[in-house]
Design a binder for this molecule. Structure first.
Ligand code: PLP
Length: 374
């Protein structure tokens, strides 16, 4: 039996970043927004954000979210409104900023926060709302127009775009042009994986300047701490790997797009969509970190995941349980969460890694089809 793991990160090899490491030996600069870090930021801004706005690296996306929430939240506010259908880093970051997560239900089609529930809740909470943290679920591209208008009219919106680096619509990177902070993760398991790392982008250059300062102990130019800061800097070693990843990122995206097409083809040909399997609705082009589907409403994801495991295939059920069902978050307030709970019990994340073959994908879908026949 061939085993198919869920993930098999394929980070750039030593050969690809040796030339950048040699520059560190020459510069003797190891951190503090050094030359490799600056080169990486400049290249990403030019190559993926049409040089519109600015961005800063961070040492991971959780720190990026904390910096972004801390720098934008409304003073005196109590709640950070966000979906419960997200990775725990989203509510944890708000808690570290002294806020209480307030969980909002998601939509059935794109699994992102339900904007009508959000708007109603914002109206009801008034000045108790400190900010909104919207999550682009599983790296999707979502419409940001409501969030842009909220942010511009004084309700800060932070986008958790942890898995979205590379996702684009109308030729532009997801998040490009957004005036609030957009936070991407460069964790090993994400599409742009370097080990640990992250980025925060905004079309608002002053906001990025503030975030960069807060990420360096809140230091002003004369090294006096002037704002609530922390150490959020990416090391030059990590920047070396990030630059080498940038050199090959177009190919990585193509590989991931191909894997998603194989999944959708295999599921179509095996009749799974006719049998009430559902794919996530998305805009634009998404080089997926993982391929996620909902099993039919009369099935339970974890039963199917056990069945795949018996066939040597490792799948997951993110986000089951959802955040509001986890101990750290169960005391927090929330809207009705029927859709969240329904999707959480049906979602299955299928194996996704760059060296997967078409046969591997078909083996996964054959196993699923066998398990859901009848
Ligand atoms: C991965 C992820 C994070 C955390 O990113 P790190 O870089 O590992 O801190 C935050 N939010 C979501 C939705 C994620 O998927």
């Amino acid at each position: 039996m061939k085993r198919i793991p869920f993930l098999k990160p394929n980070l750039v090899r030593k050969k690809a970043y040796q030339k950048y490491l040699a520059q560190i030996d020459a510069s003797r600069l190891y951190s503090n927004y050094g030359p490799l870090n600056s080169l990486f930021e400049r290249r990403v801004l030019e190559e993926y954000f049409r040089s519109e706005g600015d961005l800063t690296t961070v040492n991971n996306a959780t720190i990026g979210l904390m910096l972004a929430i801390s720098q934008t939240k409304r003073r005196g506010g109590r709640y950070a409104l966000m979906p419960s259908f997200t990775f725990p880093a989203t509510p944890l970051a708000a808690m570290w900023c002294g806020l209480e997560p307030y969980f909002i239900d998601i939509r059935a089609d794109d699994w992102c926060m339900d904007e009508s529930v959000l708007t109603e809740t914002l109206d009801r909470l008034g000045s108790q709302a400190a900010c909104v943290v919207a999550y682009a679920t599983f790296g999707t591209c979502m419409d940001l127009s409501l969030y842009e208008s909220l942010h511009r009219t004084g309700m800060p919106v932070i986008i958790d775009a942890a898995s979205s680096f590379g996702a684009s619509s109308d030729g532009g990177m997801f998040g490009c042009g957004f005036s609030g902070p957009v936070v991407y993760s460069l964790h090993a398991t994400k599409t742009f994986g370097i080990g640990e790392g992250g980025m925060v982008y905004s079309s608002d250059r002053d906001l990025i300047r503030n975030l960069r300062q807060a990420g360096n102990f809140g230091f002003s130019a004369d090294r006096v701490s002037v704002t609530l800061g922390l150490n959020g800097k990416l090391s030059e070693y990590a920047a070396a790997i990030a630059l080498a990843t940038l050199d090959v990122f177009q190919e990585k995206m193509q590989t991931r797009l191909q894997i998603s097409r194989w999944y959708v083809d295999a599921m179509t040909q095996k009749g799974l969509f006719d049998a009430n399997w559902v794919e996530q609705k998305t805009l634009g082009t998404v080089p997926r970190q993982v391929n996620s589907f909902l099993c039919p409403p009369n099935r339970t994801n974890n039963v199917l995941i056990d069945l795949l495991r018996e066939k040597g295939i490792e799948a997951r059920s993110y986000f089951f349980p959802a955040c509001h069902q986890q101990k750290t978050f169960e005391m927090f307030q929330h809207s009705g969460l029927e859709t969240t709970e329904g999707i959480s019990a049906r979602v299955i994340n299928l194996p996704t890694w760059e060296e997967m073959s078409k046969d591997d994908v078909w083996a996964v879908i054959d196993a699923l089809a066998g398990g859901t026949a009848k």
